[in-house]
Design a protein around this ligand. Structure first.
Ligand SMILES: N[C@@H](CCC(=O)N[C@@H](CS)C(=O)NCC(=O)O)C(=O)O
Length: 213
């Protein structure tokens, strides 16, 4: 497999975690987003949206991290990142969809650039924007995770699932934008448990080949 990735991309971080948890080796292809390599015609030929990551499995080119997760789950089912019970699967997907659809897209690079360049608003306003949506998302996650009787060491039970795969990179992104995470103790407890696992550690931004040394 090949993964088009950028060390600091939280979406790519998700896929790196999932591949590591499933024990799938891959070639890391860095896309330097600071140098706008994701905006080149060459990269658009691989992913017409110009977003990172892209996963290539043989002759299949996959994008959108949730679709990639589901693909990995179906084609490489063991170890599974979803339980068998449909209601439990729905809970995990709902937890994953909060970072995937309700936090990350609102705070994504092109949104940030629209705020500061097109709308000519200050960096402080942009940070405030991110802080607002970040707080709303983590408050929802904290409520769901601290209330759910399925929560264990991880978001769902005592082994990592798709929910953890989406949670941890979102926390990394939040810290980059100065978010106060102290109101979310359950979220932070689960993050700590995840980061004790080598699969999460190896996927972390600082451990990627394109990370600054
Ligand atoms: N929903 C997409 C999001 C991918 C995405 O937005 N990735 C970011 C990096 S974390 C990106 O490429 N941003 C470029 C931009 O906003 O222009 C997915 O899950 O794959």
């Amino acid at each position: 497999m090949k993964l088009y990735s950028f060390y600091i991309s939280s979406a790519a971080y998700r896929v790196r975690i999932a591949l590591n948890l499933k024990g799938i080796a891959y070639e890391y292809i860095p896309i330097d987003m600071f140098a706008e390599e994701h905006l080149t015609p060459e990269y658009h030929a691989i992913h017409p949206q110009g977003l990172v990551p892209v996963l290539v499995d043989g002759n299949r080119t996959l994008n959108q991290t949730l679709a990639i997760m589901e693909y990995l789950e179906e084609v490489y089912p063991e170890p599974s990142l979803l339980p068998i019970d449909p209601a439990e699967r729905a809970r995990i997907r709902a937890l994953a969809l909060i970072p995937d659809c309700e936090m990350h897209p609102i705070n994504n690079r092109r949104i940030r650039e629209y705020i500061t360049k097109d709308l000519a608003l200050s960096r402080e306003t942009m940070i405030e924007w991110i802080g607002h949506w970040t707080a709303m998302g983590f408050a929802a996650l904290e409520a769901l995770l601290s209330d759910g009787h399925h929560t264990g060491v991880f978001c769902h039970g005592n082994r990592p699932t798709m929910a953890d795969v989406f949670l941890v990179p979102q926390l990394d992104a939040a810290r980059r934008f100065e978010a106060d995470l102290t109101p979310y103790p359950t979220v932070l407890r689960i993050e700590k448990a995840c980061l004790e696992l080598p699969e999460f550690q190896a996927a972390a931004p600082t451990n990627q080949p394109d990370a600054p040394r």
